[in-house]
Write a protein that binds this ligand. Structure first.
Ligand code: TRP
Length: 388
């Protein structure tokens, strides 16, 4: 019997070297695949080419994205909402993906963005104190800001600072209309879980509703949001979409990404708790080179002769996969794909290309991050109206 991939907010695991079967996942979750006509519509509506992460099906699935485009075309407001669970100091390359894409969305649609740092969540799930998860939230916020979000259009908050007033009232409303049974069904939580874990999903749901941010939306409750996130977060928003009509709020729309595979292979995702699986944003050029050389799973032939004869398999080759996440130049990527799968390009040469690219991206990130002082973080975190 074929075993199902496991994808939930805590685990991503597949038996296949090509990774999670995302078409099956779409069916199982009941979301919608992003097809070429929808991409063409986005290009028409915005008057520019879509981001390579969308074109390459890394953002591959959605819920109600058409409704957001309807609004955009009718010049009605919407906002963006995304977040980060601050569980460690060292963010890795995979953590940047939703934020890079969110920045593109913000620049393209010119809308307000709220970013939730769930320090409460990581306190509840990990062996960390609240002081520590709050500190990690502030540190991770620097990496997020370094992606380049416009301070005039972006509000970042840590839950343990911001969950009060209108936000908390919405949390209470959500609590009242979701049962423990429903959560059990959606998340597999049981009566052995802490009360905190059972309460938490409402906290991740609340930023989907514009009335949680009266300073930004002037008390309006009818402005819908679009949530860019990795697809493992979908369960939270299935719950939210279920609750929304009962509260008289619009359902959040979603745009989902795949996971960046671990260096060792696509059976699992890059994970901050497995140092050999990840390229961290604090890695030195040498560390980046060594990890990619040593660990990046190769879909190439086992000998040079074999490789020249049969070529490499881009579907399982991790270096090629990473290029498709990070190399913006479509022509160069296609050239590399052809050269590698025909056997002209060797694994060592492919890795060299990837190492140069990642060293550059990480060095540039580190440079931008070094400019983000504690004061800059506080500017983004100050509750205030936004100009978008
Ligand atoms: N639960 C997410 C995590 O562990 C953090 C998060 C909160 C989030 N709100 C979100 C992620 C909205 C995406 C979209 O990383």
């Amino acid at each position: 019997m074929e075993e199902e991939d496991v994808v939930d907010p805590w685990t991503v695991q597949s038996k296949s070297a090509a990774g999670v079967d995302y078409d099956k996942l779409i069916q199982r979750f009941g979301s919608t695949k992003i097809e070429p006509p929808l991409i063409a519509r986005i290009e028409r509506a915005t008057g520019r080419p879509v981001h390579h992460l969308l074109k390459r099906e890394i953002f591959f699935s959605h819920r109600d994205l058409e409704l957001i485009l309807d609004r955009y075309e009718a010049k009605q407001p919407f906002f963006l909402y995304t977040g980060r669970g601050p569980s460690s100091e060292a963010m890795h390359l995979g953590h940047l993906i939703p934020f890079i894409f969110t920045k593109w969305l913000q620049d393209t649609f010119d809308v307000p963005l709220v970013i939730q740092m769930t320090d409460d969540e990581k306190f509840l799930w990990k062996d960390l104190t609240l002081e520590e998860t709050h500190r990690l939230a502030m540190e991770n916020a620097k990496d997020i800001i370094a992606v380049g979000f416009d301070v005039n259009k972006t509000f970042i908050f840590a839950d343990t600072d911001f969950v009060k007033d209108e936000f908390y009232r919405n949390v209470c409303r959500i609590w009242k209309c979701v049962t423990v049974n429903q959560e059990n069904h959606i998340f597999g939580m049981t009566s052995a879980d802490s009360v905190g874990k059972i309460a938490f999903p409402a906290i991740q749901a609340a930023p989907s509703f514009s009335s949680s941010f009266p300073l930004i939306f002037g008390g309006r409750a009818d402005v819908p949001c679009l949530i860019p996130c990795a697809i493992d977060q979908d369960p939270y928003f299935r719950m939210t979409r279920d609750a929304a009509p009962r509260l008289g709020f619009p359902k959040p729309a979603l745009i989902h990404s795949t996971f960046i595979p671990a260096l060792q292979g696509a059976q699992t995702k890059m994970s901050g708790s497995l140092p050999e699986s990840s390229v961290y944003l604090i890695d030195t050029p040498e560390q980046i080179r060594d990890k990619i050389m040593k660990y990046a799973y190769s879909g190439g032939g086992s000998t040079v002769e074999e490789h020249r004869k049969h070529g490499g398999d881009c579907k399982t080759d991790i270096s090629f996969q990473y290029l498709s996440f990070f190399l913006e130049d479509d022509e160069k990527l296609e050239e590399t794909r052809k050269a590698y799968s025909s056997g002209k390009l060797l694994t060592g040469e492919l890795k060299k290309q990837l190492i140069d690219l990642i060293q550059n991206i990480v060095a540039e990130h580190q440079e931008r991050r070094s400019q983000v002082t504690d004061d800059v973080v506080l500017q983004y975190m100050m509750p205030r109206p936004l100009n978008a």
